[in-house]
Design a protein around this ligand. Structure first.
Ligand code: FAD
Length: 385
């Protein structure tokens, strides 16, 4: 339940943005006895950020860089722990196929990641893969890497699970409360002000407010190069049975008509498909145009289906969502140089959800122990300086 009388309480940590990363951090901090206040502009999970749409892929043999693999494996373990603690299904082991041309850098890095970390990975050519998973119309010159242990996370359910556990452990959550300003005083105190004219203070602060992060950090003398990008995705009829989870794994495909990802027909929801590249940059406060506002919203997906998954049926429903993109698509997880007690987690560039459990844990460790046991050096902001 929402606590309405919290202004005068002393907190150890304020978390601005109680979405994917923030809610996880709130839970791991609360478990360590840290007194947490989470502030969110909406009522998470919700549809005003980056975490809606029911499902997210979790891959381990990581095409974006082998350096992510330990974080992915730690995240997978923590998702399993969360399932056990809450008795909720949060992960479906559907397997994931990564598809592309043999010289595609993403595909090559998937193979490097698997080899370096001894991950199970089966390799097929496109013709063999089309026989094994008959929905796919692939050609022999395409490579298919199948990760049997990867799969699908139920993202909103996971945020809800963290919310319930964190609040049960004593965390305070203020929903529908937008943070408008922040300040820090060396290592002593951080302050935030909300759109309800409230001021909160604590020793530590985590800023993981998606699209607002850049704007909120500017007065602390820090620019994080993050751009908000509109994305769309949709569900299609899958009555043929070709897209059932035992016949059709989750997928990521690099093609000459774009990078696409998708999900099997889970629980009768239909085939879910989205385009990972492309999308328009939008300003922080602009409302997102709904799915269908741009002809490419549906047009791109249909072109892909026609060529590669011709058994898919009609559009059921589509949604708009947002990515917070960094120039190199790697995350930013760091501290504010002038305010060492202000932690930042942003720029998840359309591939962050799978790591939310491990990043929440790592932020909690940084705050309570000074550093995390995970290597987060890839995400330091100084790479842009
Ligand atoms: C369509 C789509 C598909 C994706 N697919 C995958 C996938 O398959 N696998 C994967 O790993 N990742 C995927 N991602 C990426 C992943 O979902 C994001 O990287 C992740 O959710 C980002 O987490 P976050 O905590 O930064 O943002 P969010 O979860 O959006 O949380 C940010 C929170 O900040 C709050 N907020 C904003 N401004 C303020 C303010 N001023 N004051 C207070 N609160 C504020 C918001 O309300 C929100 O709750 C996908 C993303 C999209 C959009």
């Amino acid at each position: 339940m929402q606590d309405t009388n919290v202004s005068n309480r002393a907190f150890d940590t304020l978390i601005v943005g109680a979405g994917s990363m923030g809610m996880a951090a709130g839970y791991y901090l609360s478990r360590l006895g840290n007194k947490v206040l989470l502030l969110d502009a909406g009522d998470p999970p919700h549809e005003q950020g980056s975490h809606h749409g029911n499902t997210r892929l979790i891959r381990h043999a990581y095409g974006e860089g082998a350096a992510y693999v330990p974080l992915a494996l730690r995240a997978q373990q923590l998702w399993a722990d969360l399932e056990q603690e809450t008795g909720t299904t949060l992960f479906a082991r559907t397997g994931v196929v990564n598809i592309g041309s043999p010289d595609d850098p993403f595909l090559r890095e998937v193979q490097v990641s698997a080899a370096r970390h001894q991950l199970p990975l089966e390799t097929f050519d496109g013709a063999q893969a089309s026989r094994r998973w008959p929905a796919w119309r692939l050609t022999a010159d395409q490579i298919v890497n199948f990760e049997p242990d990867a799969g699908v996370l139920y993202c909103e359910r996971a945020i809800d699970a963290y919310r319930k556990l964190a609040t049960a452990l004593g965390a305070t959550l203020r929903t529908n409360t937008r943070v408008v300003r922040m300040a820090c005083h060396g290592r002593e105190t951080v302050n935030v002000w909300t759109d309800k004219d409230e001021k909160f203070s604590a020793r530590d602060l985590i800023v993981c407010a998606g699209k607002s992060t850049r704007h909120l950090l500017a007065p602390l003398g820090l620019d994080v190069p993050v751009t908000r990008v509109r994305k769309t995705f949709a569900w299609f009829e899958a009555a043929s049975g070709l897209f059932a989870p035992d016949r059709f794994p989750g997928f990521f495909v690099a093609t000459d008509i774009g990078g696409y990802y998708g999900f099997p027909d889970l629980d009768g929801s239909g085939l879910k498909l989205g385009r990972h590249d492309a999308g328009e940059a939008v300003s922080t406060d602009a409302p997102l145009a709904p799915f269908g506002a741009e002809p490419t919203d549906l047009g791109d997906l249909q072109a892909f289906l026609q060529r590669y998954l011709p058994g898919a049926g009609k559009l059921r429903v589509g949604r708009a969502c947002e990515y917070d993109m960094t120039p190199d698509t790697h995350f930013i997880i760091d501290r504010v140089p002038a305010c060492p007690n202000v932690h930042i987690a942003t720029g998840f560039s359309g591939h962050g959800f799978k790591f939310a459990s491990a990043i929440g844990e790592a932020l909690a460790e940084r705050i309570t122990q000074g550093e995390s046991h995970m290597d987060l050096s890839l995400f330091a902001r100084k790479r842009f300086v």
